[in-house]
Design a protein around this ligand. Structure first.
Ligand code: DP6
Length: 358
């Protein structure tokens, strides 16, 4: 946990006016992951989504970033990246490539030696989108390093830049729910950045997410490959139409506080995502027997108790159980008694409000 923050004693509008007496800047940021209720699956052009998606922002699963900028006179790029205390070449190269490709950030590399230290509060391969929280935290820190004011525009700019690193990252700037992608009738919605969802019923303001780890090994097929398999997928066109419709309906559901419809859309979306994987030309399956057994038990639990518990899946075998805080005790008992055989561990998270950069 980051407990103390070093706040820069100066505020430069642009590094072109960098004061040579201030040789070092340190920026810290902390941004959450998010779990999609309506899934982004398929992209085009420069990280544009093929359909609108909608997510719930988490609060405990976060990436904490410390960005250090040391003024340099040499022209060569100096960039270090530490993940959980260790140098990590593959992450370093991905992040460096990202920074070099954003005109907004490229200038930082010309003037400073950059060091990024990144830590996650959640384990690897846990079914939590680590690229979402990481790119949100990194893009916000870099934007702040450029001297960008933290005002109303900041989140929008950072969301757009984070999207270019990883699509789902753009939704981590707003809580409790965010939407990304153009949608008929919603002029403010954009393919470039996410927007906050303004109208949320009390029923959906105190949601919980219990992440059940069924499998903790890295998945065999990356999300990037998954997205690319949506090009020329036989069902792609229909899937994108359905997802937009689900997004539209979810907006109305969140406003009305309708648990039944929330459950239907959320579960249908999770299963559609996996159906796309299973029906692509190079088909594959990420669900495990334990995943299916848990889903079946969730159906049974709902049948018997009539309580508003539902599941969703990311691109992996692990299950996110979503429920309002009012039924938390019953869900915890259900997990402990009924799901323990298929669950290696559980991460308890809850709905969140977004991140912070200092
Ligand atoms: C299944 O955002 O990880 O989690 O843009 O290639 O980095 P890239 O993909 P990524 O895809 C996320 C897919 C998903 C659904 C979602 O979060 O909407």
């Amino acid at each position: 946990m980051i407990t103390t923050y070093y706040i820069c004693s100066f505020n430069v509008r642009s590094i072109k006016y960098f004061n040579l007496n201030e040789m070092r800047k340190i920026i810290q940021s902390k941004y959450p992951s998010n779990i999609a209720l309506v899934k982004y699956w398929g992209k085009f052009g420069n990280q544009m989504p093929c359909n609108a998606s909608l997510s719930m922002t988490l609060s405990e699963a976060v990436t904490e970033v410390e960005l250090t900028l040391d003024y340099k006179s040499k022209k060569e790029i100096e960039f270090d990246y530490f993940f959980e205390g260790n140098k990590n070449d593959s992450f370093r190269n991905r992040i460096l490539n990202y920074i070099e490709n954003q005109i907004e950030f490229k200038e930082l590399l010309d003037h400073y030696a950059l060091t990024i230290k990144s830590n996650n509060t959640f384990p690897h391969s846990a079914g939590i989108a680590s690229s979402a929280s990481a790119f949100a935290a990194i893009s916000a820190a870099l934007l702040k390093a450029k001297g960008e004011e933290i005002d109303d525009d900041f989140n929008r700019k950072a969301s757009r830049l984070a999207r270019l690193g990883s699509g789902s990252a753009c939704r981590s700037f707003y809580g409790p729910y965010a939407m990304w992608g153009e949608l008929n009738k919603h002029k403010e919605a954009s393919n470039e950045y996410a927007i906050p969802i303004q109208e949320v019923h009390e029923n959906f303001k105190e949601m919980r997410d219990a992440i059940l780890i069924v499998e903790d090994k890295p998945k065999k097929v990356s999300s990037s490959i998954g997205h690319s398999l949506m090009n020329n997928h036989s069902y792609a066109e229909k899937r994108f139409i359905d997802a937009n419709k689900n997004c539209e309906e979810m907006l109305s559901t969140l406003k009305r506080g309708d648990y039944e419809e929330f459950i239907q859309i959320t579960e249908r979306e999770a299963l559609s995502l996996h159906a796309m994987m299973m029906t692509s030309k190079d088909y594959y399956m990420l669900m495990k027997p334990g995943t299916v057994e848990i889903i079946d038990k969730v159906f049974q639990f709902r049948e018997e108790t009539k309580l508003p518990l539902c599941f969703t899946l990311d691109a992996g075998p692990n299950i996110h159980l979503l429920y309002p805080v009012s039924i938390q005790e019953k869900v915890h008992t259900f997990i402990a008694e009924e799901l323990k055989d298929n669950t290696k561990s559980v991460l308890f998270d809850k709905i969140g409000a977004g991140g912070i950069v200092l």
